[in-house]
Design a protein around this ligand. Structure first.
Ligand code: GDP
Length: 473
């Protein structure tokens, strides 16, 4: 490939490599520094291999307006544990998928599609909770268009409800509130609406703009209204894609199947994925051998917002990996190898990722970074609020502190996930990180800072923010 691009003979390039002490064959990948050395040796100009090279192979051309068609919304269900996320997903699936569909046996592939009464197709991600949501986002795949926030009417707004709200806000994804368990005698939907006000979620019944629907996953009450609310929200969002182009999508789940080999459920985000297509997905590549839909049926192709199982991978990708169709197997292999190499280098450099200082360095490079995102965990509500207020005062029109999430309790894995997705440090005020969170932070390179005096925290953040400022001018 390198010889080709330089228009030199392969044998000469291999010889040059060997003279430099690299015992390679002609199909072997070499690292960028070595390639650069060789290119210089041959007297050629260097255009450093980069992501932009990869992008040229992948069809990144913007779609023309006239090629765009409406596509179904992709919905994720979030909320506190036991508030009924799984029950709701099951109830919707059972009510809608089975009736009238030939075969009718639903397969769990990580996502499913149902049709609202109005005829609008809706795609539901089958893994509830924000862990999946943020880990996907951290890997660069923003697949969710709408978040359903489930709150149990016999309970109230709980810590994970607040987390879910902040995750949705950080991702800029609109919410619909499903007030669940209204069949229960002690259900008090109004209490939920009022409690949500405190978290700046103002539902329609409180004259706000967030749709709220009373449902019961148990009796099926309100499910149709919920689906219509989603359809309405989708209409407002004007979601569109171009079914006529090479497919791009995101992996929702993947595993190594004993009988079928590596299998990935891919949510197609743009274009149409077809049998026989050659693709790269994360650090893997493959050729579509078969596509299986959420009803367990073999299909020839899958268009925008359709989830399908993809068979024909050379390895198992990870949830959140992006899939792109390319033209040739050689390209697919080359990109996958390039990414594997890049990922290796990144892993090697990990451990020294997001610190306040590095955020500053990044701000210098990137003119658009005018926000300093942070995540705060504190020992008591009073401190959490005091910190939130102090943070809001820092900064001016040009730069400001963006509080992604502030809550009471130890720093958890979920906090690390959110911080990683937004490139933020985690501040622990009189609280520590638990062991899984520490491990996750190490692995993902998320910085955790501990404070016990609000002043110290404010000083550090101020310094970081003013650094961000001076980097701008
Ligand atoms: P998740 O943790 O949010 O996924 O919650 P689950 O779906 O597992 O539900 C937790 C519990 O609440 C289960 O025992 C469900 O049977 C029950 N549950 C869920 N939805 C309803 C509902 O609408 N009404 C009643 N009465 N119980 C419900």
């Amino acid at each position: 490939e390198l010889a080709n691009r330089m228009a030199e003979r392969v044998a000469d390039v291999v010889k040059a490599l060997m003279q430099n002490g690299m015992m390679v064959t002609q199909n072997q990948s070499i690292d960028a520094d070595t390639a650069e050395l060789i290119v210089e040796e041959f007297g050629h100009k260097i255009v450093r291999v980069s992501d932009s090279d990869v992008e040229q192979v992948i069809d990144t051309v913007e779609d023309k307006d006239e090629d765009l068609q409406p596509r179904p919304p992709v919905v994720t269900v979030m909320g506190h544990v036991d508030h009924g996320k799984t029950s709701l997903l099951d109830a919707i699936r059972n009510a809608k998928v089975v009736s009238g569909e030939a075969g009718g046996i639903t397969q769990h592939i990580g996502a499913y599609q149902v049709r609202a009464d109005s005829g609008q197709l809706l795609t539901f991600l089958d893994t509830p909770g924000h862990a999946a949501f943020t880990s996907m986002r951290a890997r660069g795949a923003q697949v969710t268009d709408i978040v359903i926030l489930v709150v149990a009417a016999d309970d109230a707004v709980m810590p994970q409800t607040v987390e879910a709200i902040n995750h949705a806000k950080a991702a800029g994804v609109p919410m619909i509130v499903a007030i669940n368990k209204v069949d229960k005698p002690d259900a008090d939907p109004q209490k939920v609406r009022t409690a949500l006000l405190q978290h700046e979620v103002i539902v329609e019944q409180m004259s706000g703009e967030v749709q709220d629907v009373e449902v019961s996953a148990k009796t099926g009450l309100g499910l149709d209204s919920l689906l219509e609310a989603i359809a309405l929200q989708a209409e407002i969002l004007e979601l569109k894609a171009n079914p006529e182009r090479a497919a791009a999508g995101a992996v929702i789940e993947a595993q190594l199947d004993v009988g079928r080999g590596p299998v990935a459920t891919v949510l197609v985000q743009n274009g149409t994925l077809k049998q026989g297509d050659i693709f790269v997905v994360g650090e893997q590549w493959g050729k579509v051998r078969a596509l299986v839909n959420d009803k367990g049926e073999r299909v020839k192709e899958a268009g925008p917002s359709v989830p399908v199982e993809v068979l024909g991978l050379n390895g198992t990708p990870e949830a959140g990996d992006v899939l792109n169709v390319v033209e040739t197997e050689a390209q697919a292999r080359e990109i996958a190898e390039y990414r594997e190499q890049a990922a290796k280098e990144k892993r090697a450099a990990a451990g020294a990722a997001t610190s306040l200082e590095q955020l500053l360095a990044k701000a210098k490079e990137d003119e658009n970074v005018k926000e300093l995102p942070i995540l705060v965990k504190a020992d008591v509500q009073g401190s959490a609020e005091a910190i939130a207020q102090a943070m809001e005062k820092i900064g001016n029109e040009e730069v400001r502190v963006r509080l992604l999430h502030s809550a009471v309790g130890a720093i958890t894995e979920s906090d690390i996930g959110l911080a990683e997705a937004s490139g933020a440090p985690v501040i622990g005020f009189n609280v520590r990180a638990n062991a899984p969170a520490r491990a996750a932070a190490n692995q993902k390179g998320v910085e955790i800072r501990y404070y016990s005096v609000i002043y110290d925290l404010v000083d550090d953040v101020k310094a970081a923010a003013s650094g961000l400022l001076s980097a701008e001018v």
